[in-house]
Design a protein around this ligand. Structure first.
Ligand SMILES: Nc1ncnc2c1ncn2[C@@H]1O[C@H](COP(=O)(O)OP(=O)(O)OP(=O)(O)O)[C@@H](O)[C@H]1O
Ligand SMILES: N[C@@H](CCO)C(=O)O
Length: 292
């Protein structure tokens, strides 16, 4: 029998201007144990998603684990999977990517494969973009892209500036990525594309070496304006924080807010009623697998 313990971080994607490209791993984790068994599949979930996500072979983590094992030409053994989830679902904190990365990491460990770019590609294919998955897999700050329209997903890991003090503001309401991707247009004005390009490049500089530039750097025109109708309270908080000089953006596909206030403390003047405020450090390492 093999027993694995997988600890996987949440992540915040987009960082405002880096739509589908930038991701930051957060010190907020789900912990999963995976035990091989003679046969069958048992999945137990406690915490976020308990009673909501499937506990059969439709469970996202199991599907990712199976994909990783089968990619190595092997078949999935009997398994007992226990998920202790603290990352809230459908809040823009990368819960689905964390589940997929945990599954791929467990699958790779079961077949003795490394957690390399192939693992990233496997994980990213579940979501169709690699920003959250790369952050959960590699930790720190990531820039993700795809070779061509259908080629492998890739990512470069960067070292975030050590003064970054992210704060996430999490509302009680949920918003699913699938729904808010449906609000995005097929085309955007060239002026907005040029704005996004400049700000995303600036964001890489700001997040790694010039945090004083974060306010302009994480300004977005590619996705937040189109999705705003799905979470008006979120946009109101982003706008109020930015007006108070605090770099802020929607976290992932929302509805949480990501902010970088000085020393990790929000100004009292900004109204954040209805949002739970979580100062949360950057996770530097990404998913960890321990064979017990
Ligand atoms: N730990 C998990 N185990 C199983 N399924 C999960 C898990 N986490 C998320 N999911 C599935 O993914 C859905 C949420 O995915 P979605 O992409 O909409 O939001 P998110 O990943 O929390 O946020 P975002 O992608 O914007 O950062 C849940 O409703 C659930 O079906
Ligand atoms: N880049 C993705 C992140 C959420 O999964 C989006 O904004 O849709």
């Amino acid at each position: 029998m093999t027993r694995l313990r997988v600890t996987v971080p949440a992540s915040t994607a987009n960082l405002g201007s880096g739509f589908d490209a930038l991701g930051l791993a957060l010190d907020w984790h789900d912990v999963v144990t995976v035990e091989t068994a003679p046969a069958g599949l048992v999945i137990e979930v406690e915490g976020a998603g308990a009673g909501e996500v499937p506990t059969d072979d439709g469970h996202l983590l199991f599907r990712a684990l199976r994909a990783a094992v089968e990619a190595a030409g092997e078949s999935v053994p009997g398994l007992v999977i226990r998920c202790a989830n603290t990352i809230p679902h459908s809040r823009g904190l990368g819960s689905s990517a964390a589940a997929v990365v945990a599954g791929v990491a467990a699958g790779c460990a079961l077949v003795g494969r490394p957690l390399d770019e192939r693992a990233l590609d496997l994980a990213a294919r579940f979501e169709g973009h690699a920003d959250n998955a790369a952050a959960s897999l590699f930790g720190g700050l990531v820039v993700a892209w795809r070779d061509g329209d259908t080629g492998p997903f890739r990512a470069a890991r960067l070292e975030p500036h050590d003064t970054l003090s992210p704060v996430v503001l999490v509302p009680a309401t949920e918003s699913t990525t699938a729904v808010t991707r449906g609000l995005l247009p097929e085309r955007v004005p060239l002026s907005d594309a040029a704005f996004a390009l400049g700000r995303a490049a600036l964001a890489v500089t700001a997040l790694t070496s010039r945090p004083d530039l974060l306010l302009p750097a994480i300004d977005d025109r590619l996705h937040q304006p189109y999705r705003a109708a799905a979470w008006p309270a979120t946009m109101a908080v982003v706008t109020a924080l930015r007006a108070a000089g605090v770099p802020a953006a929607v976290s992932g596909a929302g509805p949480s807010v990501l902010a970088f206030p000085e020393a990790g403390v929000l100004p009292e003047s900004v109204e954040v009623a209805g949002f739970a405020v979580h100062p949360v450090a950057v996770d530097p390492t990404g998913v960890r697998v321990v064979i017990e």
